[in-house]
Design a protein around this ligand. Structure first.
Ligand code: ADP
Ligand code: MG
Length: 368
């Protein structure tokens, strides 16, 4: 069962690679914010580093080896180009055109087409825990503008009538060189924000690999994408943010080689009202912040886009369903932190994750 499901998922995900429209956007210099997961310092060797602001996040990149500056420019351009295609707010992006088409069909580029199929697949396999049409609900809570508010129950149930990823229709027309046509009912809006950053990291890593880079670390605000290992051949060391502490303190260390580690946490974006904390990861069944008992979910795997979608979806599902999902589909590993200070770590990370010394958390290894 597990293998069959994994093969099915892998098949669809193999269909699209990373296609990145190239453009000459310059790279602004910014100071990096500390984010989670936190790459721990390495030293020595031929290294080039840069920071850019893209996809609503400060990203910091480190590339070892020759041509580092060229490689940094290459990936910054690629990520900026993806943002122009995938941003929900940028006029003229693929996502913007879908949302403003008044129910008519529009053609989209390969990146949007791939992410729409990934979002649909994750919606199906998680029972709707990931729903790309949650955007109106996310807006109503103020997470798109930082003008936070708690919507009433009736407002939320009204909005949820316009939420259902299954109504997103995509069609490929071979006669039009395989263009993808997307149709969304006029009273709905979609957003790929829960998977786009992970996908951008995946594409950037592939670009670096294609250009011969064997050692690089891309930190994209809660998402870490690694290429190869550290220059000395040892694994990258990634700090997993302690969800109960201020940004920058970590509860454990993950060793990572050539993979993505992507975290969704309730501490990342939230507001408080009357002593209650409301965060930006929403349960599509209630229209409210997901209260599953988990406070952070880190997914480790080969495909950043998939890991990003899973980090959001498994946060919504909660520990038991998340681990069932892992047992059924496999193909990734997970670190789940619950509100009782347990850290549930799937078997494949047995030798690559450890709590920091003297931790107040309890490590619970999960075997199949
Ligand atoms: P971040 O973008 O902060 O790294 P996530 O990858 O977890 O975090 O994505 C969260 C974003 O996705 C939210 O800001 C919101 O726009 C959107 N979102 C929230 N809940 C869901 C959901 N259940 N399904 C799809 N998208 C969601
Ligand atoms: Mg995500």
């Amino acid at each position: 069962m597990k293998r069959f499901a994994a093969i099915l998922l892998a098949l669809t995900l193999l269909l699209a690679g990373c296609t990145v429209p190239v453009s000459p956007t310059p790279t602004p210099a910014l100071t990096p914010a500390t984010t989670s997961p936190i790459p721990l310092p390495t030293s020595g060797g031929d290294v080039a580093e840069s920071n850019i602001f893209a996809m609503d996040t400060v990203m910091s990149f480190r590339v070892h080896g020759e041509n580092g500056q060229d490689m940094l420019a290459l990936i910054a351009n690629a990520i900026n180009a993806l943002e122009r295609e995938l941003s929900v707010t940028r006029e003229g992006s693929d996502v913007w055109r879908i949302n403003h088409a008044g129910g008519e069909s529009v053609t989209v580029g390969e990146a949007a087409a791939y992410l729409l199929s990934l979002a649909k697949e994750l919606g199906d396999s998680t029972g709707g825990a990931l729903d790309m049409t949650m955007y109106p609900v996310v807006k109503a809570w103020g997470f798109t503008t930082s003008e936070y508010r708690v919507p009433s129950g009736s407002e939320l149930s009204g909005l949820l009538e316009h939420v259902d990823y299954q109504k997103v229709e995509t069609e490929q027309k071979p006669a039009d060189l395989g263009d993808t046509y997307v149709t969304l009912p006029a009273d709905m809006e979609l957003d790929l924000g829960s998977i786009a950053k992970g996908y951008a990291g995946e594409c950037a890593a592939n670009l670096l690999r294609e250009n011969g880079v064997t050692s690089a670390l891309l930190n994209m605000g809660g998402n870490v994408q690694s290429v190869g290992s550290k220059p000395d051949g040892s694994p990258w060391r990634i700090g997993i943010q302690d969800p109960n502490e201020t940004t920058g303190s970590y509860l454990g260390i993950l060793q990572l080689v050539d993979q993505a580690a992507i975290t969704s946490g309730g501490y990342e974006r939230f507001f408080e009202e009357d002593g209650v904390r409301y965060w930006h990861i929403m349960d599509p069944h209630t229209g409210a912040p997901a209260r599953s008992g988990l406070v952070s979910v880190t997914i480790v795997g080969n495909k950043g886009g998939l890991c990003d979608g899973l980090s959001t979806a498994l946060f919504v599902l909660g520990r038991e369903k998340a681990l069932d999902y892992w047992r059924t589909y496999g193909g990734f590993e997970a670190i789940l932190v619950d509100e009782d200070n347990n850290v549930w770590v799937t078997g494949g990370l047995k030798d690559s994750f450890a709590l920091v010394e003297g931790s107040s958390y309890t490590l619970r290894l999960v075997e199949e």
